[in-house]
Ligand binder design. Structure first.
Ligand SMILES: [Ca+2]
Ligand SMILES: [Ca+2]
Length: 340
């Protein structure tokens, strides 16, 4: 177990929030909540385990799973369980009572979907719907872009495949904003949206996105994250380079996205904050999370140093930022941030 991996600045930032809120009434009328718990759940494609970084204490848990490679991950605090997409068994696995495990526990899935998937990447959850983006080729022609969104219903402890939506672009990161499903257009600098995704797409069908726009300044986007009005897109650049990664921060995201017409480009100027440079340790940032409260971007970096979990606090100033958290994790692939 590694400890003290978090730099003082993030801890100080979080501690400041915690302590400042102690000066206020306990009834939360001030709107400031004490952070009691803050964790980052991380998947990787090296051993498929679940790494849990406790942001407040610095403790790191490694929960050994039966997967040997894994990607999309989601934590449901209300029922204390993690959903993880296994790339070794091509299914969703649910792990219950996740907070009760010791730092080096071996855990077993309490619920699993059928092995419907072929190449799962990200997962996105909206109410009782779990969507998995799968980037395997659909039509037997690898020169034509396509992908699949597997839509599961999670009820009474079971995960049931409801329907499959075939996309006319390659998939990677996906993210719900209310009922709209945003998806990066892999191998491009584009972002797509399916409005009212779960209600408008209830059968097996090939469906084009409601809208697609280009994001200026990005080469090849991969990771997508949203919190409280701000969207993060990562850029892996040249996949063979472990030092050319970037991420962009788009505040007031919905208004800015709505302003750009279908097929047009969202300019960097007046719209986006760019984080890039040699200090960042970004090479292939394949997934992201965002905490709007502390303006912290969390990154699963798959290439630089063999793989890292990175965080950038006060990220909205942009530029060649140094990471606040920098923890080695071989082939880090996906992450989920939780705080309360
Ligand atoms: Ca194809
Ligand atoms: Ca790269």
């Amino acid at each position: 177990m590694k400890k003290n991996v978090f730099s003082c600045s993030l801890l100080a930032a979080l501690t400041l929030i915690a302590f400042s809120s102690c000066d206020n009434d306990d009834d939360n009328d001030s709107g400031i909540n004490t952070i009691k718990s803050s964790q980052l759940y991380v998947s990787n494609n090296s051993d498929g385990n679940i790494t849990v970084l406790d942001i407040l204490s610095g403790e790191i848990k490694t929960l050994t799973t039966t997967s040997t490679a894994a990607e999309g991950i989601y934590y449901d605090a209300a029922i204390d369980e993690v959903i993880q997409a296994s790339r070794s068994s091509n299914q969703l696995n649910v792990y219950s009572d996740i907070s009760t495990f010791l730092a080096s526990a071996t855990i077993s899935a309490t619920v699993s979907s059928a092995s419907d998937l072929q190449s799962p990447r990200d997962i996105a959850v909206y109410n009782d719907i779990v969507v998995v983006s799968d980037n395997s080729d659909v039509d037997g022609d690898t020169t034509t872009p396509d992908g699949r969104l597997f839509v599961y219903t999670k009820t009474n402890g079971t995960l049931t495949l409801r329907n499959i939506v075939i996309t006319d672009f390659a998939l990677w990161g996906i993210e719900f904003v209310n009922g709209d499903l945003y998806a990066v257009v892999d191998k491009t600098n584009e972002l797509a949206v399916y409005t009212n995704f779960t209600t408008m797409n209830t059968t097996n069908a090939a469906v084009s996105a409601s809208k697609r726009i280009a994001i200026e300044g990005i080469v090849r986007t991969h990771g997508l994250a949203y919190d409280n009005g701000t969207m993060i897109l990562t850029d892996v650049g040249d996949a063979a380079s472990d030092s050319d990664g970037v991420f962009h921060i788009i505040s007031d995201f919905e208004n800015k996205f709505d302003t750009v017409n279908n097929g047009d480009t969202m300019a960097v100027a007046n719209n986006q904050v760019r984080v890039a440079g040699s200090n960042t340790l970004l090479g292939n940032p394949v997934a992201a999370e965002y905490d709007a409260t502390t303006k912290t971007v969390f990154i699963a970096e798959a290439a630089n140093g063999g793989g890292r979990v990175l965080s950038f606090s006060n990220s909205t100033i942009g530029g060649d930022l140094s990471p606040t958290i920098n923890t080695s994790l071989a082939m880090a692939s996906s992450l989920y941030f939780y705080a309360n």
